[in-house]
Design a protein around this ligand. Structure first.
Ligand code: ZN
Ligand code: ZN
Length: 152
């Protein structure tokens, strides 16, 4: 249960998520693989007002993509850990990197998207919705998250 605490690799930046997140999903698109240097990204959607810096300072990063979009967010200036993204289209939310949380293991992704670009060895867990691309309506993952919460 909230609050959740997180930090960067070197520990100079610490933050808190004060309320329950809106959803958590995994994205297997090529951009997320490059951004994370890994096989897929986990995205924990949190209201911007529910994220507080506890100690240290973050610094902004930003990447201009070939198609004109810009991906930006905050990272630790010392160790370079990316902590959260700040989507220009949705200023009311931040996308926390849940791997930086202290105990992220109880947060299970509600869905997997962009399976069309996933590493060939990846098999989505049984019973978890998987999409070849993204869902048509970005609110779908929020609804699925709420639904699972109500069922448990
Ligand atoms: Zn750091
Ligand atoms: Zn992605």
């Amino acid at each position: 249960m909230a609050p959740y605490f997180g930090q960067c690799l070197c520990g100079s930046v610490r933050y808190r998520v004060s309320k329950e997140p809106l959803t958590l999903y995994a994205c297997h698109c090529t951009e997320c693989q490059r951004r994370t240097g890994s096989a897929f990204a986990l995205s924990l959607i949190v209201r911007r007002d529910d994220l507080q810096l506890v100690s240290g300072q973050t610094t902004g990063y930003s990447a201009s993509l070939a198609d004109g979009r810009t991906k930006s967010g905050q990272m630790c200036p010392s160790c370079g850990t990316r902590l959260w993204g700040t989507p220009a289209k949705y200023p009311g939310i931040v996308i926390v990197q849940p791997g930086t949380l202290e105990q992220p293991c109880h947060l299970v992704p509600i869905a997997h998207q962009w399976l069309s670009e996933a590493q060939p060895w990846f098999v989505p867990p049984p019973g978890v919705p998987a999409y070849p691309r993204g869902p048509a309506d970005p609110g779908e993952f929020v609804r699925l998250w709420q639904q699972r919460k109500n069922e448990s």
